[in-house]
Design a protein around this ligand. Structure first.
Ligand SMILES: [Zn+2]
Length: 231
């Protein structure tokens, strides 16, 4: 487990990175100036920033990222929640539910969803612990966004689960075993990490693009749909 000192050091280096990002974004020479502005806007008001520097909100993603980094407080996680994820991984593996993986989702210091690997018992290749925990939490909270929640996983997530964590807008991830540990136990996801970063024609999965314009029509309907729930 990370010490308070390591956590603070990491936080400070992330913060420095964010200040450098912001200076680059706004062509600021003076980092002190950027820091002063960050202090003036502790809640990360992207719009105020954009107005202040006369930049379009099209830079908002970088801006939000940099601001989030600036305003992020060190979060070292709670080992008790990670132990619960590990306990689940052990218990459910023993019950032959699936692979040795567990996860819990926490909101305001309470567990709102538990998940464990159920691939073999549910005949579901996507039934990884993190996915199951996300589904349980979203059902319990009756929402499709887990902003304000954290996930604790017994093992570093695979690319599918990591993507799901981003889609669910979780605030933070804490994990115990590394992907190298998982690979050593026969769960090697290195190929998947390599594949997702490749352009589709060069992936090992045979892929072809067809009927692009027909599908684009549906996407255009979505863009213009007035009663949609955006996510
Ligand atoms: Zn996974």
């Amino acid at each position: 487990m990370e010490s308070q000192f390591d956590g603070n050091r990491k936080y400070n280096s992330l913060r420095q990175l964010a200040i450098t990002d912001l200076c680059g974004l706004f062509n600021l020479q003076n980092q002190g100036c950027c820091r002063a502005i960050a202090r003036l806007h502790p809640n990360g008001a992207a719009k105020d920033f954009a107005e202040l520097f006369s930049v379009g909100l099209e830079v908002a993603p970088q801006l939000y990222y940099a601001l989030a980094m600036l305003n992020r407080k060190p979060n070292l996680g709670n080992p008790d929640f990670l132990r619960e994820a590990i306990r689940l991984s052990k218990e459910k593996m023993a019950a032959n539910e699936g692979g040795p993986f567990g996860a819990v989702i926490v909101k305001d210091g309470e567990i709102v969803g538990r998940g464990w690997n159920r691939v073999t018992s549910a005949n579901d290749p996507t039934a990884h612990a993190e996915i199951m925990a996300i589904r349980a939490a979203c059902t319990a909270l009756e929402t499709f966004s887990l902003v304000g929640c954290e996930i604790y996983a017994s093992c570093e997530p695979c690319p599918m689960c990591l993507s799901a964590i981003y889609w669910a807008r979780l605030d933070a991830l804490f994990f115990a075993a590394s992907h190298e540990d998982a690979a050593d136990a026969g769960f090697d996801d290195a190929l998947l990490y390599e594949e997702v970063s490749k352009p589709w024609p060069t992936r090992t999965l045979e892929s072809k693009q067809l009927l692009q314009s027909e599908a684009q029509e549906v996407l255009n309907h979505w863009k213009n749909k007035t009663d949609k729930t955006a996510y």
